[in-house]
Write a protein that binds this ligand. Sequence first.
Ligand SMILES: [Zn+2]
Length: 472
Amino acid sequence: MTLRLHDTATRTVRDFLPLTPGKAGLYLCGATVQAPPHIGHIRSGVSFDICVRWLRASGLEVTFCRNVTDIDDKILRAASAEGDQWWAVAERNQRAFTRAYDVLGCLPPDVEPRATGHVPEMIMLIRRLIESGHAYGAGGDVYFDVSSYPRYGALSGQRPEQMRAADDIEGEGAKRDPRDFALWKGRKSGEPSWETPWGPGRPGWHLECSAMATKYLGATFDIHGGGLDLLFPHHENEVAQSRAAGDGFARYWLHNGLVRLGGEKMSKSLGNSLLVDAMVTQVRPVELRYYLGQPHYRSDIEYSPEALAEAAAAYRRIEGFVVRASEAAGTVTGRTAAPGLPPASSLPAAFVAALDDDLAVPQALAVVHEAVTEGNTALAAGDQAGAVKQAESVRAMLAVLGLDPLAAPWATAGDSGLRDVVEALVSVALDQRQAARAREDYTAADAIRDQLHAAGIVVEDTPAGPRWELAR
Ligand SMILES: [Zn+2]
């Protein structure tokens, strides 16, 4: 194992040495379900899906936990604006997130805990913090005492005296220090609440993640991930309360870059046109995944339709080769075969080296594109065995990136059955076209090609005879 990962806590790329050899626990801050996801939200899901796939391909048994924050100020505000119940808003948007993760081919987490299902764990954590002198009750709320934890600010690299106040407006006056943040928020009228030894109320956002991560992954676990926008205050507060309570918490902190639009972080108002549900009607989901997954996970993405179109074209070039090589080998009926994750040892060394170097997807994709070029050269030269060899290698690499066009979810069993039927019908039409050409009736031959085109089928004449594909 030579995997190295950039750890935000040390600001260095470090050898990844799992807590338990052969295993890895990963916690990813998931959705706060107040609105459906735009591509800025789901980029994190794609980045960490590649991370999980690579850990597994490297032979590790991964436990992947991605939470859902289903109670929060923003959800309560959305519910009141929409005139709906908070739990209905949360449910509806959680479904939209699940749909988006699924449609982009992200593997489901091993566990997806919801905050409201973990109030007893949160109460236990608060109790430990109060008993150890790191938290205090005030005005019905419970706050974390930032001054009791000298390493506060270390994760995000800030000096305590320069830090802004915590975002708990209701606590003004009750807090001992403006930077203290709410572990528990006292009940307000019209809001949901749970009973605790400190009175009824609801959880603070940061506390939720600490309680859920340690419940499923242990007091100390390997990797904590999330978007760079969560580093402060969310992750700073998570690490402060967990370490103050005596837990080791995350050993590596990974942060993905953001998606920007016109130089700004994508917000709800900016991102409405880029909702995943809307985008997958304009671009194939696999192409959207390629677009979001192709940069280094730590780089920001500046969204533009041109860059998306370029990414789609790059993916289609890879896909075109894989499909042609499979057709040439007569294995196209194997479209439904899901190869699973190939072991890293079976992959090209340069591809392995790229992903081992802090998940460098751009360099890994360069190896894929090189293999595609070589495979296309082999196809053009009639070297079928050479083309098939390259295609197998390309498919194995794509499987690690979640992009194999001939595997689930991009080639589903249903599609494959339908494809066989279309294949049979198109070959009847192509036989008629060949017959028309043979008797030099080019008007009839062209009419057949035009009718196929009108039906969405593009015919290309190659030295090996006509081949077809669906128009895009
Ligand atoms: Zn979190």
